[in-house]
Design a protein around this ligand. Structure first.
Ligand SMILES: [Zn+2]
Length: 255
């Protein structure tokens, strides 16, 4: 290895096997955005990389000079894990969904500390919880948090129309209009209760930890509207999203 090495701290958001023993890794960092590197022989020898290069791993990558189209990964010093080794299938899907969203909204050489901080927060929340009681609710919190991190979420602590804090719950007539108070919409009854709004704020902060479940009516509406905003931003679904849809058709979730 010749030439200067560059150090990049970040989270592994994609790990793709190539050839017999190599990997292409994609790292999301706070100050350098998305960084891809070629890890030669990474599947055969784990010594240089401080163990296996695994999805959601956090650490400091030593990036060498490019040979071909990608720079070489010279080494990877693993930091403290965000995610434990005992992830169940639901949490694995939610973590994968988060990594895919982070990947989709990141750019090379483009610092995005908000996106990086969001990803770390979500992975730590899911990765250290004992399990997720309500995967659909955790997903709403995760997706709305991502929309906030990329600056595309409506306010959730006040009405999008008049800015007033919530008094009697909220409505959400169209995805891009955001949550609105009853007065702005000229309506009598709320679709999303005050308790649901409190829970929503807690789910955005910590998708796995929030206690309680949203009311079925509130959950259905929130899921639809957040999905609408996600479609506007992504124009496609993440691979994990389809698998998560399968989990959420559990009839007990709507009981
Ligand atoms: Zn209002």
């Amino acid at each position: 290895m010749t030439g200067p090495e560059q150090r990049v701290e970040g989270v592994l958001v994609r790990v793709q096997p190539v050839a017999d023993a190599d990997l292409i890794i994609t790292l999301l960092s706070a100050d350098a955005g998305r960084v891809e590197a070629y890890a030669r022989n990474a599947r055969a020898s784990t010594r240089r990389f401080g163990g296996r290069l695994e999805l959601f791993g956090q650490g400091s990558a030593r990036i060498g000079r490019a040979r071909g189209s990608l720079p070489l990964l010279a080494g990877f010093d693993r930091g403290p894990s965000l995610v434990g080794v005992d992830l169940d299938y639901t949490r694995l899907l939610l973590c994968s969904h988060a990594a895919e969203l982070a990947l989709a909204s990141s750019q090379p050489d483009h610092a995005d500390p908000d996106l990086h901080a969001w990803l770390c927060r979500v992975l730590r929340s899911l990765g250290t919880s004992r399990g997720v009681a309500d995967p659909a609710a955790a997903r709403i919190g995760l997706e709305l948090g991502w929309l906030q991190a990329i600056g595309a979420a409506p306010p959730i602590d006040s009405c999008s129309g008049c800015g007033a804090p919530w008094q009697t719950g909220a409505l959400w007539p169209r995805s891009h209009d955001g949550l609105r108070c009853l007065r702005c919409e000229g309506r009598e009854g709320a679709d999303i209760s005050l308790d649901d709004l409190d829970l929503l704020a807690a789910l955005v902060r910590d998708p796995a930890a929030a206690g309680g479940r949203p009311t079925p009516r509130g959950a259905r509406l929130l899921r639809q509207r957040v999905a609408g905003l996600l479609d506007e931003q992504l124009g496609r679904r993440t691979r994990s999203a389809s698998a998560l849809d399968g989990l959420e058709t559990d009839p007990a979730a709507d009981a």
